[in-house]
Design a protein around this ligand. Sequence first.
Ligand code: ADP
Ligand code: MG
Length: 254
Amino acid sequence: MIDDRRMRHLESQVDALRTKQKDSATRKTYDQVFDHAALLTIASLISDGVISTLDYPVSTGKEANVFHGTDASGRAKALKIYRIATATFRNIATYIEGDPRFKRVKRATKPTIFAWAQKEYKNLVRMGDAGVRVPIPERVLDNVVVMEYIGDETQPAPSLREVSLDSPASAYRDVVTNLRGIRKAKLVHADMSEYNLLWWQDRIIVIDVGQAVPLDHPRAEEWFRRDVANIARFFKRLRVDVTPASLEQEILRD
Ligand SMILES: Nc1ncnc2c1ncn2[C@@H]1O[C@H](COP(=O)(O)OP(=O)(O)O)[C@@H](O)[C@H]1O
Ligand SMILES: [Mg+2]
């Protein structure tokens, strides 16, 4: 149960985060993320003990905002909150249509976004089970996915794009292992690039799996090729000996 006092406390927490934002565009984003329904969802996560505080924003993306949260034992969590108000539904519909696991989802606003969050959660579980290094999924409720936070109190883990690798070749091996795992999970990531690979403690962590689709999705093959091309391009620039064809072979080889 969420009592009024708790709700007011949460509202003031969010308000404090909001007023920390300097420009009015960012503040507007906050208003779109934290509508009344989202506050209730976060309040439920708090009363269920999934988190005890919502701390600060980590990232503002096209469809979602990621926040740092903390649970009662001090463990850091990432909360990915899909925006209801400004989501680009057309993008989302492209990925959900043709995915047999989400056949019954209507194209209506809220259910689509909720299904999207469910899908990200399930994809995290499925990839994790196949040995892919992903943030450990914790809970999904409405438009919020709670997962393990990768990073420390000074910074979230940087993406591969942002680091200068001591050994691109060994990072590449790590990426290949993860791509093989995604394949083993019978999924295609579908937004694979140096932006959605985090680099933390000399290891790769795969993120942003909401759009991942099963291999029988009508566009799975096309998106797989695109993922492979992105990764090959990135590592080739770092002088790793790779082509899209060689990478594809490494992923598909038994
Ligand atoms: N589990 C996590 N731990 C730490 N930072 C994260 C985590 N998940 C996402 N982030 C940060 O938030 C950013 C956006 O998350 P992402 O899932 O890629 O969503 P999108 O790109 O769709 O906005 C990431 O690039 C990363 O900086
Ligand atoms: Mg991303």
